[in-house]
Design a protein around this ligand. Structure first.
Ligand code: DC
Length: 231
């Protein structure tokens, strides 16, 4: 019997999903997939091709471009983390910058983009033993996930976290700019027609405003044990 489970983590931008999901995957020896990085890589490709920009959004061209992209996660032993590759190029740093952040919600709204990326995500999770984070993982990508968690925290706390994260990566941005971007993305993520950000009915809510990562791990371990026991 396969005792491995599928864990879906959804929630608002910068609610700490990636850190938490990565830690769970590490502890269980599961694959971790950052689905947001896939939308970011697709967005970078469209920006570079001139299909998305300040006054352009070429839906037809973007739909076509989706056939040309390959996204992989490759483990970097130096950093101890998986990094995002777009058509064999390491784009991990570039996809976190403000240019990609400013356009990613608009690209994520396009149905051809979602269809393609959801298809890739389903393939990645076909053998279970996966932790994936995003906005629609528990609702659309893995509606049958064994454990679904929906994460949230107030916008100021999330903006502060993103600010620190970017600063540590050597990316320059003001707190105000980051906060505005997060507010704008919350609105687009919750209001898009296809797969909007929603808590799945069977997802457990986690407000981690006052929780350390160790505290979050302690909280989730009990849930995981129950799910493993049920399988
Ligand atoms: O998790 P993140 O902030 O890196 O995600 C970047 C953007 O990608 C986010 O604004 C919305 C989009 N996204 C999405 O639409 N669906 C997902 N499953 C993950 C991310």
């Amino acid at each position: 019997m396969d005792k491995r489970i599928t864990i879906a983590i959804d929630g608002y931008s910068s609610s700490g999903k990636s850190t938490f999901a990565r830690e769970i995957a590490k502890e269980l020896g599961y694959i971790y997939i950052d689905s947001g990085a896939m939308y970011r890589a697709a967005t970078l490709y469209c920006i570079r091709k001139g299909l998305a920009g300040r006054d352009v959004i070429d839906i037809q061209g973007i739909a076509e471009a989706m056939k040309e992209i390959r996204i992989e996660f490759v483990y970097n032993p130096d950093s101890g983390e998986s990094e995002t590759y777009l058509n064999s190029e390491n784009v991990e740093k570039e996809i976190r910058g403000l240019d990609v952040s400013a356009h990613v919600s608009a690209i994520s709204k396009i149905s051809e983009v979602r269809t393609r990326l959801v298809e890739l995500q389903k393939q990645m999770g076909a053998n279970r033993g996966i932790v994936m984070d995003g906005r629609d993982i528990g609702t659309t990508v893995f509606p049958d996930a064994d454990l679904k968690i929906f994460m949230t925290a107030p916008v100021d706390i999330r903006a502060k976290r993103r600010y620190e994260e970017l600063k540590n990566k050597g990316i320059d941005a003001s707190f105000e700019e980051i906060r505005n971007n997060i507010v704008a993305r919350d609105i687009t993520d919750e209001n898009r027609d296809i797969s909007p950000l929603r808590r799945a009915g069977d997802a457990v809510i986690l407000d981690n405003s006052r929780m350390s990562i160790a505290g979050q791990m302690e909280w989730v371990r009990k849930l995981i044990e129950e799910k493993l026991h049920d399988r």
